[in-house]
Design a protein around this ligand. Structure first.
Ligand code: ATR
Length: 272
């Protein structure tokens, strides 16, 4: 069977092997999917050895998404835009295609689980890191009316806005903004991981239909607890985005799109 793996540092807690095993089982595809740890600085040698040994594809996670973009022979438009690759696929001629399925993963999860179509929406994103760079082009491609990036370091938000200005209406503001009227508020601040959120103005949630945290955990995240306290009923964490980006990678590799809902339900942290 074809061999796939997730490469990163660290990868021992990655859920990708379980997710892809569930997809393979569901679709009747025969494949092997493993974890491939690589020391910082060793992405290229580790990936090269994997493909030389017959590997068919890699998922790429932190901190190697930029290295993977440089390593690929060809990039999809969405990967080039993001400057980051989370999916490498070996073609029949041996060349490597680099793709980025993070943005489409977010859009699918917003539409499926949060039940809010993106077209025409005004979206506030908190944070301006690598993850935001990956998703903004796709939000605009799917017809978001406006995206505002709120970040502690405003210059980082401004740089992203400038880089993607040709794709649509992108604004920036301070993290302490009280601007409102956002249909969807998305958290992409990694501080959420450590269990703390910076002080945000509850005013940003006025007239908001749903809130999304790109982070996930087996407990409600600090951001989702905060929005719940302010009366936002439609809330989702990023576990669905993880499964959706994996489904899109599976599609790139195997040409088959798995059903995600049952896999999200079965593998969600805290579900067993
Ligand atoms: P990722 O790849 O997950 O996006 P990243 O590139 O390290 O991670 O970006 C982290 C984001 O979280 C940034 O927007 C960062 O804000 P700055 O650009 O101002 O550094 C934000 N962040 C991290 N810790 C934060 C904190 N304590 N308060 C506010 N924002 C924080």
């Amino acid at each position: 069977p074809d061999r796939y793996a997730v490469i990163g540092h660290p990868v021992d807690h990655s859920k990708s092997p379980e997710i892809h095993a569930a997809f393979a089982h569901q679709t009747g595809q025969k494949l092997i999917y493993e974890r491939l740890p690589a020391a910082p600085g060793a992405f290229k040698t580790t990936a090269a050895a994997f493909f030389a040994d017959g590997g068919a594809g890699l998922n790429v996670t932190l901190p190697f998404k930029g290295d993977a973009a440089a390593y690929a022979n060809r990039l999809t438009d969405r990967a080039r835009r993001a400057g980051a690759v989370n999916t490498l696929a070996r073609g029949d001629d041996g060349t490597l295609l680099g793709d980025n399925t993070d943005g489409i993963g977010l859009v699918r999860d917003l539409e499926h689980r949060l039940d809010i179509p993106i077209a025409g929406r005004r979206i506030l994103i908190l944070g301006a890191g690598g993850a935001v760079r990956g998703v903004i082009p796709v939000l605009l491609e799917y017809g978001a009316d406006a995206v505002c990036i709120a970040n502690r370091t405003l210059s980082k938000a401004d740089t992203i806005a400038r880089d993607f200005a040709d794709l649509g209406n992108i604004q920036t503001c301070a993290l302490t903004t009280s601007a409102n009227g956002w249909d969807i508020v998305i958290n992409a601040i990694s501080a959420g991981l450590a269990g703390e959120m910076p002080n945000l103005s509850p005013a940003i949630l006025e007239n908001t239909h749903g809130a999304y945290d790109m982070v996930y955990a087996d407990q409600p995240t600090p951001f989702l607890r905060w929005v719940a306290d302010h009366g936002i009923e439609r809330r989702c964490d990023g576990f669905g985005m993880l499964v959706e980006q994996a489904a899109e990678s599976f599609m790139v590799w195997r040409g088959v799109r798995p059903q995600t809902a049952e896999v999200i339900a079965a593998l969600r942290p805290g579900s067993d």
